[in-house]
Design a protein around this ligand. Sequence first.
Ligand code: MTE
Length: 312
Amino acid sequence: MRIIGQDDIPASEITPREVYLKRRQFMAGIAALAVSPAFAAAAPPVRGARLAGVKPGRFSTREAQTPYESVTTYNNFYEFGTGKFDPAENAHTLKTRPWTVSVEGEIKRPRLYDIDELLKLAPLEERVYRLRCVEGWSMVIPWVGFPLAELIRRVEPSGNARFVEFHTLHDPAQMPFQRSSVLDWPYVEGLRIDEANHPLTLLAVGLYGEVLPRQNGAPVRLVVPWKYGFKSAKSIVKIRFVEKPPLTAWMRAAPNEYGFFSNVNPKVDHPRWSQAKERRIGEFFKRDTLMFNGYADQVAHLYRGLDLRKFF
Ligand code: MTE
C-alpha cells in the first residue's frame, strides 16, 4: 500500500523500501514456516473464545488453510502501524466492548446495533475464502460470519440506496497510528449495493471458529473475497447506504492507484507492480492470480459490459 504525505515517518519507512519489503517478506516466510509443533509449544498464540453454533457455509474452498499463526500475525491494519507485524503487537489497545454499529442513510429502518445483538442477527457460518492482498500475497482463511445481505434485508434500503459505505472506528486513543497522516482517517470503504448484497459478501465476526482477533478487525469486519483485501474494512462502526459512489480512504490517498471496484484481476496491473502472480503465505513458489480471485463463476455477471481496465 502507499504512504502519502506523512509527517510521522515510521522507522520501517526510513529503510529503503525495497530492502524493507524484502526483509518483511523473508520474515513472513519464517513466520509462516515456523508452525512446527515445537515452535507452537514454545510460543503458543493467545486464542480467542470459541463461537457457538457455527455451521459450514457455502462457497468454501478446499485449499489448504493458512495456519492460524500466520493469519493472526501477518496483517495490514494501518491504524496500528504499517509493518506487517505491528497490528498483532499493538492492537491490544482496541476495546471491542461496548461496541455499536450504526446502520443509516437511505434505508427505512435506521438502527444502532449493539455488537452482541448483531452477532445474533443471523446463523453464523464458516466460509473458507481466499484473501488476495493488492501487495501480492494471499492466504486461505476460515472466516466465521453471516452474509451482509441478511443485515441489508432487515434495514430495507430505499430506491436511492445505490452504494454502501463502511467506516472503521476513529479513535486515536485506541488506534495509535491514527495520529499519523498515513491515511485520511477514518478508514472508509465502499461497495455497490449489488456487490454488498452478493451471497459471497460477509460480515465476519470470527476466524478458525473463534472470536475475531483484534488485529484481524474485531469485533466485526467486511470480507469481500473477489476484491483486493483492502476492500475488506476492519473494526466497522458505521454502515451507510448512499446514492453516490463513496470516496474510499485509498482512492482519496492515491486515485491513480486504487479504483472503486478493486476486483482481483491478473490482467490489470497496479501502476507500481504486476498483479499476474501472487505468493500464498507459507509457499515458496508464486502461483498465478485468478480472475476475481477464483470467484468468477459467482461474480463475473455483476460486471458484464464494464471495461475493467477503466473501472479498476
Ligand atoms: N481495514 C482497516 N480499518 N485498516 C486497514 O489498514 N487493511 C486492509 C484490510 N482492511 C486495513 C483494513 C488490507 S490492505 C488487507 S490486505 C486486509 O485488511 C488484511 O486483512 P487481514 O490482516 O485480516 O489478513
